[in-house]
Design a protein. Sequence first.
Length: 301
Amino acid sequence: MDLTVQQLRYFVAVAHELHFARAAQGLRISAPSLSQQIAALERKFGAPLFRRDARHVELTELGSELLPMARRSIAALDEVVSWAEERRAGGAVVRVGLVVGSHIGSAILGEAARAFPETRWKIRRLGFDGSLTALRTDLVDVVLAPALAAPSGPDLHVVPLWTEGRVLVVGAGHPLAGRDSVTVDEVADEHFVATLGDEALTDWLGLPRSDGFAPRIAYVAATFEEVLDICAAGLGVNIAGAGAVSGSPRPGVVFVPVRGLPDATVYLLRSARGPSAAVLAVEELAVRVARRETGGSSSGG
């Protein structure tokens, strides 16, 4: 099959927006051209990737299966291109891994870029299990990752940056989407989108609970983008850190505050062995920006 990365980019753009005109605008091509590209891709697969009518666009089962693979393929090629550009350009590079976007994380990256204009930045989206592996295999220099408890290890340097509440991630058509807040008890019968399986989800929910609550897992996602895709389709729910509300906006997804769960902390993680001066500068800046953005209530210091 003659498949190009550009076709996959077109497909992912439509899958993200669930709207051909908006996707075309973001890609800077015409909507008819985008429709033709998607139709050509569907002919290659021999089946529709989207169900669409005058009002709605949604992924088919085939499209839902393709989406995470397409994202990984695009990311792999982007990594090769970025690596080649770095080799050609030379100079200081800081590679930052992000698990979930947030406005504070964006503020840290923005201020770092302004403070260190000669440094080149490589931002890498990581899966939920990818933080420590990415550090230990030298894929990234710094990671911003949420957790209920600080990661540990003799090779790891950990700095708490800020704490945040928890939100329920649901599709816009979900019965709880219009609520001001919910409790864990109210989602006990929901089908959850897990991140890496039972153990990771129960840890993230602060389980076990005395009342015996155990989540029913319907899907397992490798990245937060996959979580959003599944929730948007109405196939399950997830509980995330509140930073996702501003850091990961998504058409068709609603974030509802959850009461009665422990707050999550976003940590800066880096190797404890021989950090560069640039990485140490970024760490210091991250603590300062997090404290400012939270009104002085940052955990870092």
